[in-house]
Design a protein around this ligand. Structure first.
Ligand SMILES: NC(=O)c1ccc[n+]([C@@H]2O[C@H](COP(=O)([O-])OP(=O)(O)OC[C@H]3O[C@@H](n4cnc5c(N)ncnc54)[C@H](O)[C@@H]3O)[C@@H](O)[C@H]2O)c1
Length: 292
């Protein structure tokens, strides 16, 4: 793929950050993956590299393409290394205070030209942007998980997002091969307004004994054409993340369909968070966060 000449920093090397860094490195952008945790960074970098190796073994990338993509990726735990980036894609914990603090720190490090993309699922883009003294440069970009495989990104402007920042964001996402939809800065944007109640109803169906996880997954993929069933998807998303997103949306929308069913709490308490812990609805032997 042609090199777009952008230097992109992905902040947070967890499920979404490693997935997004895979996409940007694969698309020819110089990609700097940053995490506060050394372990988190190592895991995230290995996930990205593992994805490229797997893509070669599946015939989806050539070895030289994978080598180029890997060469585009660098890791760091020093925020100052982000000084020369054109775009920061933030995928840290879903916590407004953590996100705002990060933007405050970034304001002192990156140039005035740098765009900030926040990958929040439930928080207000306007509120996150208030952490920065350049809210006109902050745009919500909600990638679907797994980011290397799913095409859609929702784009939501904060109250002070500039038109040019919105346009530059759409252009950049298009350079990644993504399809964009514009959403309002409202809880859950568009996708999670539908996805979360649907996932909850699948979990309740499992709890009620309507089918096994395998039969419900097979029914959904077979009948509705989804690329994977709800339990495979929830294992990729992470049960802790599902619980957090569902609870936050319930708190904001006061609609009981968003409240996570009791099975979610039990799984989180047991540490069965999905692929990242090796066990969720299904068991996994590798530490890969997403497939190829
Ligand atoms: N998991 C999903 O399906 C999904 C989908 C779309 C959007 N999101 C959103 O993406 C964001 C990240 O979610 P995730 O599932 O990747 O979480 P995660 O827990 O897998 O990863 C978060 C990472 O951020 C790092 N981190 C925390 N604070 C940091 C800081 N101040 N600076 C740098 N790194 C920091 C952590 O060490 C961790 O590696 C959240 O806002 C979440 O709502 C998640």
């Amino acid at each position: 793929m042609a090199h777009e000449g952008k230097t992109v920093a992905v902040v947070g090397a967890g499920t979404m950050g490693s997935g997004i860094a895979t996409v940007t490195a694969r698309s020819g952008h110089r990609t700097l993956l940053y995490d506060v945790s050394e372990d988190g960074l190592t895991r995230g970098t290995e996930t990205v590299r593992g994805f490229f190796d797997k893509s070669v073994s599946l015939g989806k990338m050539t070895s030289p393409e994978a080598a180029d993509a890997k060469a585009n990726l660098t890791g760091t735990t020093d925020l100052k290394d982000l000084a020369s980036c054109d775009i920061v894609i933030e995928a840290v914990f879903e916590d407004a205070a953590v996100k705002k603090q990060l933007y405050r720190e970034l304001d002192e490090i990156v140039s005035d030209e740098t765009l900030f993309h926040t990958n929040t699922s439930t928080l207000s883009v306007t509120s996150i942007a208030s952490g920065s003294r350049r809210p006109e440069r902050v745009v919500g970009t909600h990638y679907c998980n797994p980011a290397p495989l799913m095409k859609l990104v929702e784009v939501a402007d904060g109250r002070h997002t500039a038109d040019w920042a919105h346009k530059a964001t759409i252009e950049f996402l298009t350079s990644l091969g993504k399809t964009t939809v514009v959403a309002k800065d409202r809880p859950g944007f568009i996708v999670n307004r539908f996805l979360i109640p649907w996932e909850n109803s699948c979990i309740m169906a499992l709890e009620a004994g309507l089918g096994t996880k395998e039969s419900i997954d097979a029914a959904i993929t077979g009948a509705l054409g989804h690329p994977m069933g709800p339990f495979r998807l929830l294992d990729i998303v992470g049960l802790d993340i599902h619980q957090q997103v569902a609870t936050r949306l319930y708190e904001q929308l006061r609609d009981p369909r968003f409240f996570p069913p009791p099975m979610v709490e039990r799984m989180v308490a047991a540490g069965d968070l999905g692929r990242k812990t090796g066990r969720g609805f299904y068991s996994y032997d590798g530490s890969r966060l997403f497939g190829s």
